[in-house]
Write a new protein. Structure first.
Length: 441
């Protein structure tokens, strides 16, 4: 019998090579080429009979309501719940809480769910489940053989199947090692077929690589309907659930959770969590408002300036782009006439969140001024982007940011000039330039 034709595919960039090489010629990754069987579809043969088109107006969707887990922060990110027959990929760093979140959702839904784990034993799952939920009922399968899992799913007929993780599943029919391109792609294809035929929803947990992308082929993200990422800092307890792809809705909602001893708890008022109970009345501390999805969050920016003792002045930032800080420093020197040439500047965003929104520019700049002048700024929110000529520029969603500030009891907001429709309870100080903003603190 002829040897089946094979090809080598890079697990990083999908480059195809006719023979094995130690280094992928396309992306330069070492040891990433994996052998895979060629399934030829190009050979001649009869063209298959056309399938029957369906009249869309005749399709009844009323019977297939979304699966609502009751964990609001999760359901909202998906736009109101899990769509029946859909594939959801849940990615995130190791230990961030993917298994915990999936288990909590499963425990809420109880007997409609099959929880498949290729990573933990039934005993380990039992131990964890006792901590995260009061419910007891859950069907669990500890298995790594994909074909066994799928026949169990067909026999059992659940509404939702959790697979933890897709990289641990192995099928005899596909080639390569478990977690490799051929295995993972093959597994998702099989799962997809079963999901669409039987209207079963799957949550697939996926590992991420060092760079923070879902491990395995990028095509995986194209194949599934929804891609969720659970993010957070290792030393902070909050977790953000972000949707990066959603075939059934928008991707601009985020869910906020806190990792507690009893699993992930929903955070209904994230600003309160990030700001903490009481703010220190110290110079250099300024509260700003950043958008996470469609939500406004209040965060504290801390600046510290100190006289440079030796050499060049230092610019250091945690949670904020240091190049942006250099730029803001230049604007402060040139447009506001501050002497920062002999000052080290340190910026820290409290609570471990990373800010990448230009709307925080003015707050960072004013925090530096506040520290330099040793002036305490209290009860004030600051938002605005800074232009190179020192102008304070428009920020989107100003109304939402104002509402959030009001909700948390702040008295005034310094912001760019914009047309505001409603009457606000909070004092709105609209400024055009950096100089004007500095005069208000
Ligand atoms: P886990 O869900 O196993 O992470 P992943 O599946 O993403 O790898 O979460 C593991 C971490 O979560 C672990 O470091 C401990 C912490 N944790 C809690 O703090 N409280 C809890 O109730 C649970 C179940 C886990
Ligand atoms: Mg896990």
């Amino acid at each position: 019998m002829a040897k089946p034709a094979t090809i080598f595919i890079c697990s990083n960039c999908q480059h195809r090579a006719p023979r094995w090489q130690g280094k992928c010629p396309e992306c330069g990754q070492w040891n990433s080429l994996e052998e895979s069987r060629i399934i030829s579809s190009a050979r001649g043969g009869p063209i298959s009979k056309a399938a029957q088109p369906v009249d869309l107006s005749m399709v009844d969707i009323s019977l297939r309501a979304k699966i609502v887990s009751g964990i609001g922060e999760f359901d909202d990110v998906l736009g109101g719940g899990l769509v029946p027959g859909s594939l959801v990929l849940l990615g995130g760093d190791p230990g961030i809480g993917k298994s915990t979140l999936a288990l909590q959702i499963s425990m809420e839904l109880g007997d409609k769910v099959l929880y498949v784990s290729g990573e933990e034993s039934v005993h380990q799952i039992k131990l964890r489940s006792g901590r995260v939920s009061k419910n007891e009922q859950l069907n669990v399968l500890a298995e790594t053989d994909l074909d066994t899992v799928l026949s169990a799913v067909e026999g059992f007929g659940p509404q939702l199947v959790v697979i933890d993780s897709i990289q641990t599943m192995y099928s005899q029919e596909a080639s390569g090692v478990a977690g490799g391109v051929a295995q993972v792609t093959g597994a998702v294809q099989k799962i997809m077929r079963l999901a669409k035929q039987n209207h079963i929803t799957f949550i697939l947990i996926g590992h991420v690589t060092k760079e923070g992308y879902l491990a395995g082929p990028k095509t995986l993200e194209h194949m599934v309907d929804t891609v969720l990422y659970l993010e957070g800092e290792r030393f902070a307890s909050f977790r953000i659930l972000r949707c990066v792809k959603n075939r059934f809705g928008t991707t601009n909602e985020v869910g906020v959770f806190e990792m507690l001893h009893q699993g992930l708890a929903e955070v209904k008022n994230p600003s309160q969590l990030f700001l903490g109970e009481e703010q220190m009345q110290a110079s250099g501390n300024i509260i700003t408002s950043v958008m996470e999805g469609s939500r406004a969050l209040l965060l504290e920016i801390q600046a510290l300036t100190s006289t440079t003792n030796f050499g060049y002045p230092k610019r250091t930032a945690a949670g904020f782009d240091v190049n942006r800080l250099q730029l803001l420093t230049a604007i402060l020197s040139k447009r506001a006439g501050l002497n920062l040439a002999n000052q080290d500047i340190y910026i820290n965003v409290a609570s471990g969140i990373k800010i990448d929104e230009p709307a925080a520019d003015l707050a960072v700049a004013l925090a530096v001024v506040s520290s330099l002048k040793d002036a305490v700024v209290s009860d004030t929110i600051v938002v605005g982007e800074l232009g190179l000529s020192g102008e304070v520029r428009f920020v989107p969603n100003l109304e939402k940011r104002i509402k959030e500030a009001e909700k948390l009891g702040f008295k005034r907001i310094i912001c760019p000039k914009s047309r505001l429709s409603e009457k606000n309870k909070i004092e709105v100080i609209q400024v055009r330039t950096l100089g004007e903003a500095i005069s208000k603190i």
